[in-house]
Design a binder for this molecule. Structure first.
Ligand code: SAM
Ligand code: SF4
Ligand code: SF4
Length: 360
């Protein structure tokens, strides 16, 4: 990361406590296409009938507008980003603008040629969605041979020194193998692991999840599985491979998976202050988990929208709330919670400095 990236993070850390200072955006998540080559059990994106994609000119305008209000980090996702023919042009443009660029991928399309290009473009982070090991991963990803392709892709990333992380989605199907997934970090030579709990994503893929979970506010495990989950998390307390923020997140999993809300006072989320999510049809949302559409990149200038009364009113409402008013479901969307924790100096002090002395 460049000094300017750390500086932008520092400004956001100050912004958390002084909301009228530095109204910059720190990061932008963009789903560049709706198409995908897999059919994962926990994801609804592949069920999209329309083949939508963000064009190069639309993304270029978006990046220019967001950079004019301070953007420093661009996270590219999808669908499967490697299925977009202009992906490398997007990366090249974002890097030219000095952005930190990450790509979330299922890893199946990472061949040697593509990895060499990623290296050449100095992409900053690849997040590989590895949900399990061997045949179990294939089962969860809806196709045979996926795990093997991920291992192959990871070997190229490792060979060409492209930094990569593992990014599993934790559900009732795979929580028992969390320790195995952590071991994969060393085996595949990844930098680290982020464990994302399954959540109800309402804006682009929610329909089927919502039907499945219609009677409750969030995903709920069976009691016997919750007990096992607590045991697994306790067994990881002294694991040095996972950092204190990931541990702090893990500690909240049992409550979240028992169907309870992790409110904003208990674990921070500052998504609307530092982040925005753009769906493959151009719709703009404050985060992954909310269906509160703020605008559309084909209709609105992003920088005007980011600084608009509409956005500021939403931020005010959000800052005062204990339970997040941006969704009616329980939300523990790690994409935003984890980053929020890392940019919140008080949370980091409480969780990583003082608790470390007492043991997590
Ligand atoms: C939608 S995929 C797009 C990128 C790419 N196709 C991949 O699989 O990494 C991005 C990430 O979202 C995760 N995901 C999908 N649905 C989810 C849900 N309901 N809750 C939590 N994570 C989810 C996937 O496992 C993946 O890690
Ligand atoms: S998680 Fe990724 S790979 Fe799986 S269906 Fe969704 S978009 Fe495709
Ligand atoms: S708690 Fe969830 S719904 Fe609320 S802003 Fe954060 S990510 Fe969005």
């Amino acid at each position: 990361m460049k000094i300017s990236h750390y500086f932008a993070i520092l400004k956001k850390s100050i912004n958390i406590y002084f909301p009228f200072l530095f109204r910059d955006i720190l990061m932008l998540h963009v789903d560049i296409c709706s198409v995908c080559n897999l059919k994962c059990v926990h994801c609804q994106v592949w069920k999209n009938k329309e083949k939508l994609q963000i064009s190069f000119s639309a993304l270029k305008n978006l990046i220019d507008q967001a950079c004019s209000c301070g953007l420093r980090f661009l996270a590219i996702s999808g669908g499967e980003p490697f299925m977009h023919k202009d992906l490398f042009m997007f990366i090249a443009y974002a890097k030219k603008k000095g952005l930190f660029v990450s790509i979330t991928t299922n890893g199946t399309l990472l061949n040697e040629e593509r990895v060499k290009k990623l290296r050449k473009l100095k992409v900053d982070a690849i997040l590989i969605s590895l949900d399990a090991v061997g045949g179990k991963h294939d089962e969860m990803r809806g196709q045979k041979g996926v795990y093997e392709k991920v291992v192959r892709g990871a070997s190229f990333l490792s060979k060409y020194k492209v930094p990569f992380y593992l990014d599993p989605c934790v559900t009732e199907d795979n929580f028992e193998i969390i320790p195995d997934l952590i071991s994969e970090v060393g085996k595949l030579n990844a930098k680290n692991i982020f464990l994302y709990p399954f959540y109800i994503n309402t804006h682009n893929i929610g329909a089927i999840s919502l039907r499945k979970y219609k009677s409750i506010r969030g995903p709920k495990f069976k009691k016997s599985n919750l007990k096992k989950l607590v045991g697994i998390i306790n067994s990881l307390k002294n694991n040095k491979k996972i950092d204190c923020v990931v541990k702090a997140c893990l500690n909240k999993f049992p409550k979240y998976f028992s169907g309870k809300d992790i409110d904003l006072k208990e674990f921070p989320c500052y998504a609307p202050l530092f982040d925005a999510v753009v769906s493959f049809n151009g719709d703009i949302y404050p985060c992954w988990a909310s269906d509160m559409k703020m605008g559309n990149i084909y209709e609105n200038n992003f920088s005007t929208l980011w600084r608009s009364k509409k956005y500021n009113t939403l931020r005010k409402r959000f800052r005062k709330a204990k339970h997040c008013p941006l969704t009616k479901y329980n939300c523990f969307c790690l994409t935003h919670r984890e980053i929020s924790a890392r940019i919140d100096p008080l949370f980091m002090l409480k969780t990583c400095v003082f608790k470390k002395k007492r043991g997590l």
